[in-house]
Design a protein around this ligand. Structure first.
Ligand SMILES: CC(C)(COP(=O)(O)OP(=O)(O)OC[C@H]1O[C@@H](n2cnc3c(N)ncnc32)[C@H](O)[C@@H]1OP(=O)(O)O)[C@@H](O)C(=O)NCCC(=O)NCCS
Length: 158
């Protein structure tokens, strides 16, 4: 409840990440993940034409995602909220923005993503927003003790 009050008090803009923003994205990646995307991964993804929608307060990045269209399906490659802003509704908002852009700007009919089964917050967020498990990619992610499977989730876009 307090998170929602805080959220509505902050003025936030929707925008698209560009090359000069990638330093900030890298810093957030480092804080948010044990195995973050590297600056090179981010640059390659942007150069490949993937869409990086974001929520910003002034110049401060709150959340971003990375969308890769494959025919009429959009792959959600990344969804991250800066550590200080987690648990305040921004992940939910970023997922909504991502689904809207996937359907409109990218003409996607469905969205696909992978998530670690151990990421209970991420998994619950996706399931709450209509994503259903369609399979497992064995040993997909690096993990502290070797590798971890990925759950593959999918939903039809509105
Ligand atoms: C996963 C992530 C995107 C979720 O975004 P967020 O802004 O923290 O989540 P929200 O505040 O929108 O909350 C989403 C739901 O999770 C719940 N939640 C959030 N943080 C939680 C926590 N620490 N423990 C338990 N539940 C939590 C909320 O109550 C909410 O549930 P509700 O809609 O039923 O009320 C964000 O935490 C994050 O970036 N984590 C690190 C990177 C990551 O794991 N990305 C996803 C990879 S697939």
């Amino acid at each position: 409840m307090m998170g929602q009050e805080l959220k509505s008090a902050i003025l936030v803009d929707e925008c698209l990440i560009e090359l000069p923003d990638l330093d900030q994205v890298s810093q957030i990646e480092e804080q948010a993940y044990a195995f973050p995307w590297t600056p090179g991964n981010l640059r390659d993804s942007l150069a490949a034409g993937h869409l990086f929608p974001a929520l910003k307060q002034g110049n401060m990045l709150i959340a971003y995602s990375i969308l890769m269209p494959v025919l009429d399906e959009v792959h959600l490659l990344n969804l991250t909220v800066a550590s200080h802003f987690q648990g305040q509704g921004w992940g939910t908002e970023m997922l909504r923005v991502s689904m809207r852009l996937a359907a409109t700007a990218l003409h996607g009919k469905s969205m696909l993503l992978e998530v670690r089964p151990s990421n209970t917050v991420g998994l619950a967020l996706y399931e709450k927003h209509g994503f259903k498990s369609i399979g497992i990619r064995k040993q997909y992610y690096p993990a502290e003790n070797g590798r971890e499977d990925a759950l593959i989730l999918r939903r039809v876009l509105p």
